[in-house]
Ligand binder design. Structure first.
Ligand code: GUN
Length: 288
């Protein structure tokens, strides 16, 4: 069994980013990312803080907008428009999920597609479906694909089963894996919370992408011997032995699944660091 280290592959991606940033600096250009957080959800706050920190470590221009939970739709739209018009900002990310009174789809549509480094705007969703490389691909599935490529996992002709149909991971992951070319050409099945007899489908998978957002959901019975498992889950569960009172676990019951696998990603240290690295890469692409 091979443990696929997201930390190590992310470091490789960040090294490529440093090269690109130096090349842009020689032209007098500096990529800039704005991350917008509305409200004070602790997990979202932690993600936003790490995105901002990574930008600063790399020497990117970083703007972190922390808005109160009471921010109105119109106020948020005004912030997005200002960022659209700011020439020092090349990428805009509004952390999801926003508070309930915010119409997230309308906010996403207000972001300039050329600055939509999350790849959530309908123009970028369409470009992914059309295999148009000028669009932005959502960072988490892009990171999963890069992990498979770097680990030497052949996707061409493989059966990839995605568990979860979210706009952030499941759907774009399916489009990436079925696209033509490197890291693609897979036969893709998308399953979700309503799928009947899930295990009978996942057991036919050469590659499982677990992105359902439920701790330890994928068990040994879901996985055939020799499968590759990519665990996208980052779930907080109570852990009284830890200082924080919680620990992070994936969507996969790692201890019982790992012995059956050809390769598997850990949580933490798997997909998580890749998401941030791909966000940096997308911001550089937006600047270019
Ligand atoms: N919330 C969880 N993942 C993401 C992501 O990739 N982008 C944004 N904007 N919000 C998220």
């Amino acid at each position: 069994m091979t443990l696929i280290s997201g930390t190590a592959v992310a470091e490789k991606v960040l090294e490529e980013c440093r090269r690109d940033i130096a090349a842009l600096a020689a032209l007098g250009r500096k990529p800039g990312l704005a991350v917008v957080l509305i409200g004070d959800d602790p997990a979202s706050r932690a993600y936003v803080r790490s995105k901002d920190k990574k930008c600063r470590d790399l020497g990117l221009h970083s703007v972190k907008l922390e808005l109160p939970a009471t921010t109105t739709q119109d106020e948020l739209l005004a912030h997005v428009r200002a960022l659209n018009n700011d020439p020092a900002i090349h990428g805009i990310l509004v952390q999801s999920p926003p508070p309930k009174h915010i119409d997230e789809a309308a906010i996403v549509r207000a972001i300039d597609p050329a600055k939509d480094v999350d790849g959530f705007h309908p123009v970028n969703v369409a470009k992914l479906a059309l295999e148009d490389p000028t669009g932005f691909v959502p960072c988490t599935p892009l990171g999963c694909q890069r992990l498979l490529i770097d680990a030497g996992i052949e996707t061409n002709g493989a059966h990839a089963v995605i568990v979860g149909r979210s706009m952030i991971v499941g759907k774009p992951m399916a489009l990436l894996l079925m696209a033509k070319g490197k890291g693609g050409d897979a036969t893709v099945t998308v399953t979700h919370s309503r799928t009947r007899d899930l295990a009978s489908i996942t057991r036919t998978a050469d590659i499982i992408i677990a992105a359902i957002g439920r701790p330890h959901f994928i068990r040994a019975e879901h996985v055939k011997d020799g499968a590759v498992v990519i665990d996208v889950g980052i779930n907080r569960i109570d852990d009284l032995t830890s200082e924080k009172g919680y620990k992070l676990v994936g969507d996969v019951a790692f201890d019982e699944v790992a012995p059956k696998c050809r390769a598997i990603t850990p949580v933490p240290g798997g997909v998580g660091p890749m998401t941030i690295a791909m966000l940096m890469a997308n911001t550089i692409k937006a600047c270019r």
